[in-house]
Design a protein around this ligand. Structure first.
Ligand code: SF4
Length: 324
């Protein structure tokens, strides 16, 4: 039963509070369209905290490419939200000065999808690791692909749980010895782009933190894509993954765009995901036109984002009566 005082507060002592008062802007507020924008820049991104990542960590390359992409896209600060997962990559929450949200482990994609549905004017970008995205959050990854939620997922894929000091992750190679599988990982690794293709994602790419310029361009393309976009990024964990090193990737990676790959060819993209002697990076698949992003399928969001809609007509009284 709701305490009488709380109920009175919520219901305004049975007098209906004009709810639009709760949503009306202060008299001196400047309408969004007339605001002077502050654009994301090297200076605006600078946080007082320097990364705590291990020296040589691949996160530094990803971080640089991501910041370059944000700066080159020239977006107003207030239009961008970054949602962080939990892990070494998620610690980037402290190192970027932006609007952001540090989510629970495995729930970054779900949080980002909700933010986009609440205010679809925002660019919503997720920064998370392979454990967060393809382990605890795998169902959210698949749902985001299927729903074509207009968010960008940047996965720092180091093929190990780094923050918890080196356990097998969903992308660890089969047979790889880690703290949690001293006799070798028994399972096949997840194929993130393959799963994304079968779940009908509309933008799927892969990058390498050792190629910052190339990764910057891929991240920019992903952010500009309307609909769900994934950039799975090879990110060497210098401390806990002695197998998938910079040298390992440098010997193997090649650029899809230099080898005639057509990102509109879904079947070719799928075949490319199984290459293991050489590792393709670049845009595997992009579908610009087949279906709209999730927020555009809701008629009630066509007029304006949910956060800009009045709640004056919503009467919660019957709900509270039922709970009391
Ligand atoms: Fe980077 Fe690995 Fe160190 Fe984490 S544990 S900061 S992923 S090198």
């Amino acid at each position: 039963m709701l305490p009488a005082k709380l109920k009175a507060t919520l219901l305004g002592s049975q007098k209906q509070i004009p709810m639009n008062q709760l949503t009306s802007m202060p008299k001196d507020a400047i309408p969004m369209d007339e605001k002077q924008h502050n654009y994301i820049s090297k200076k605006s991104l600078a946080s007082p905290y320097f990364p705590t990542w291990c020296p040589g960590c691949g996160n530094f390359g990803v971080w640089t490419a991501f910041k370059n992409a944000l700066i080159e896209l020239n977006m107003p600060e207030e239009d961008v939200v970054i949602v962080y997962g939990v892990g070494c990559s998620g610690n980037m929450a402290d190192f970027n000065r932006v609007y952001g949200f540090h989510s629970l482990h495995g729930r970054a994609i779900a949080s980002a999808s909700a933010i986009k549905m609440a205010n679809h004017k925002l660019k919503v970008i997720v920064v998370a690791g392979d454990g967060d995205s393809f382990g605890e959050g795998l169902n959210h990854f698949i749902s985001a692909c299927r729903g074509n939620h207009d968010i960008t997922l940047l996965v720092h894929d180091n093929q190990v749980y780094g923050l918890t000091t080196g356990q097998t992750s969903p992308t660890t190679e089969r047979g790889e010895k880690t703290k949690s599988t001293p006799n070798g990982a028994p399972e096949q690794p997840i194929n993130p782009i393959g799963i994304g293709l079968t779940a009908d994602a509309t933008f799927l790419a892969r990058g390498f933190s050792g190629e910052i310029g190339h990764l910057t361009q891929i991240i920019k393309a992903a952010i500009q894509h309307e609909g769900f976009s994934l950039v799975d990024m090879f990110q060497p964990c210098f401390t806990f993954n002695k197998h998938n090193t910079y040298a390992y990737f440098k010997e193997r990676v090649y650029h899809l765009e230099d080898h005639g790959h057509n990102p509109a060819d879904k079947f070719a993209a799928y075949q490319k995901t199984f290459e293991s002697d050489k590792l393709p990076i670049g845009i595997f698949y992009e579908d610009k036109n087949s279906r709209p992003p999730m927020h555009k399928t809701y008629p009630q969001l066509q007029k304006s984002p949910l956060v800009e809609q009045s709640i004056a007509e919503i009467n919660m009284g019957s709900v509270f009566d039922r709970l009391s």
